[in-house]
Write a protein that binds this ligand. Structure first.
Ligand code: NDP
Ligand code: 2IT
Length: 496
């Protein structure tokens, strides 16, 4: 499909009004009768004439009607669906097979009470979530997030994204996400352990190496994974290594899993720059966050001869023109669990800016690695004005849709999270392989595998973008390549 046809399809999506679809398919939005699935022949005649644009509009309407209070989930669904119309044009069988209608509805959603007792003896109650979105390519796979902002919308957006990200890795893993509105900040080790144990007292029954394999995300790192795995082992009486990834390397964890998301994001930047004969060497890199992803993105950027100049947390950011000192950052964040302001207090030449985001600092490459919607239109304008060359999403959905549009129209290379941060979950799949085979691979070997996987992820997205008439558009490329793999498998496996 050429560029003109793609543009025409995209315009057509906007042009198809809700009224027109409702007029032709009066009951469709809430009953999902839009597709000619084999088991529903009675609905086929009403829908045979649906174009891909109409089909997408119809599904979006239904998703909006069904999930009115889930802005992050709707944002994620819009981004994917609005970029895959060329795939549906090329594969009408995906429309007929009701792939979209099925994909936007999780296979299973688990919500549960997490009661625990704090150090002062007070009873606390949090809410636990696990949204098992798709197991068509493998066991459900995706992290757990502990953060006070966690709600169903956030877990569903993350789970939805995870389906396509995991498909892009080519590793045979399904998509899921979970977590809790529990806030680990300021909690003692004993409180963290009691919370994790209570959380796992319910979640264990939904997990298993062939069923659902969680890992870390915001607020869930090595410490939490240890307590969660320990409780799973206790209540199931099984040392089932493959039921969790991100484990300690001494007890079943994989080399490089800790570093994988940050390292992978930097490898992805190298791939994008490589297409244009450039490298990271000598470039200034702006990174947000100061957790797992940010720390190891900073680490790898330095190793490749770039100068990472920023890091942040939810209170503010630091800028260090000499390059962020990774050892100091790790000491402050991983060991002391202190605030990022502490970095500037201890590092001569570094500056702390309270209550702001790092995107105002001039950089050649930006890797947002904190949280969703942390880089908006204004931030994109500032980055563009300062001559940014590439933006790669270390976090999940850190850029708003308006920011992405601005960056892409300014010719900035833009690597969406589904591709750029896929190194974490891909290395989780390597951990599962090692657990299944009772093997342990070396650090260097594992890092070489990660690098090769990131090159493959880049190429899959790059080639899909070309194939569907949007060369250089990694959003279209990543969504299309991931979606194609999932859709083919869903068709092959019947109406499930
Ligand atoms: P961590 O908990 O290790 O670090 C999170 C960092 O982001 C902290 O510096 C935190 O600061 C900051 N942050 C969190 N919430 C906010 C907020 N609302 N506003 C500003 N800053 C915030 O998490 P990870 O590094 O693991 O995850 C970071 C991102 O990367 C997330 O989007 C996650 O989904 C994504 N990701 C993670 C992967 C992994 O393997 N860990 C894999 C792929 C993606 P503070 O301490 O102040 O909250
Ligand atoms: O968003 C993500 O890809 C992760 N948090 C990692 C998931 C995993 O299972 O390793």
């Amino acid at each position: 499909m050429d560029v003109a046809s793609v543009a025409a399809v995209t315009r057509a999506i906007d042009a198809v009004t809700v009224d027109r679809v409702k007029e032709r398919h009066p009951r469709a939005p809430l009953h999902l009768e839009s597709s000619t699935m084999p088991s529903a022949p009675s609905t086929a005649s009403a829908t045979e004439s649906l174009t891909s644009a109409e089909s997408i509009r119809l599904v979006l309407d239904t998703v909006e009607a069904r999930n009115p209070n889930e802005p992050e989930f709707l944002q994620a669904v819009h981004e994917v669906l609005e970029s895959i119309s060329p795939v549906l044009e090329a594969h009408p069988e995906f429309v007929d097979g009701g792939i979209l209608e099925r994909l936007v509805e999780p296979e299973r959603q688990i919500l549960f009470r997490v009661p625990w007792v704090d150090d002062a003896g007070r009873l606390q109650v949090n809410r636990g979530f696990r949204v098992q979105f798709s197991s068509v390519l493998g066991p459900y796979k995706g992290g757990l997030r502990f953060h006070p902002s966690v709600n169903l919308s956030i877990i569903k957006f993350l789970g939805f994204e995870q389906i396509f990200k995991n498909a892009l890795t080519g590793q045979g893993i399904g998509g899921a996400k979970g977590g809790s509105d529990f806030d680990p900040h300021g909690r003692s080790n004993a409180e963290i352990m009691r919370f994790c144990q209570s959380f796992m007292n319910e979640l264990y029954r939904h997990l298993g190496e062939h069923t659902d394999v969680p890992a870390g995300d915001i607020g869930v790192g090595a410490r939490e994974i240890g307590y969660l795995f320990g409780q799973y082992r206790k209540v199931t009486n099984r040392h089932e290594s493959g039921m969790f990834t991100g484990k300690g390397v001494q007890w079943g964890g994989a080399e490089v899993r800790t570093e994988a998301t940050g390292y992978g994001a930097v490898f992805f930047v190298e791939e994008m720059l490589g297409v244009h004969g450039e490298t990271l060497h000598g470039k200034r890199v702006g990174i947000s966050g100061s957790g797992n992803v940010a720390i190891y993105a900073i680490d790898k950027a330095r190793q490749l001869g770039a100068t990472p100049v920023t890091a942040s947390d939810s209170s503010g950011y630091v800028v260090d023109d000499a390059g962020i000192d990774v050892d100091l950052l790790r000491q402050i964040k991983e060991v002391e669990r202190a605030r990022i302001s502490e970095y500037a207090a201890r590092r001569p030449g570094a500056r702390y800016v309270e209550g702001a985001r790092p995107w105002e600092v001039p950089v050649d490459v930006a890797i947002p690695s904190a949280t969703q919607n942390e880089l908006d239109q204004g931030d994109a304008r500032a980055l563009i004005a300062n001559g940014v060359r590439a933006v790669a999403e270390g976090a999940n959905m850190p850029s708003t849709p308006e920011a992405i549009e601005l960056l892409q129209s300014a010719g900035v290379l833009f690597g969406p999270g589904k591709a750029a941060n896929a190194g974490g979950v891909a290395t989780s799949a390597l951990e599962m392989s090692q657990n299944a085979a009772r093997q342990r691979w070396s650090f260097d070997d594992s890092e070489a595998k990660l690098r090769a996987i990131m090159a493959d992820v880049h190429d899959a997205a790059f080639q899909a973008a070309e194939r569907y008439g949007r060369p250089g558009d990694y959003v279209v490329g990543a969504n299309s390549a991931g979606f194609e793999r999932v859709a083919h498998a869903m068709l092959a496996q019947g109406v499930i």
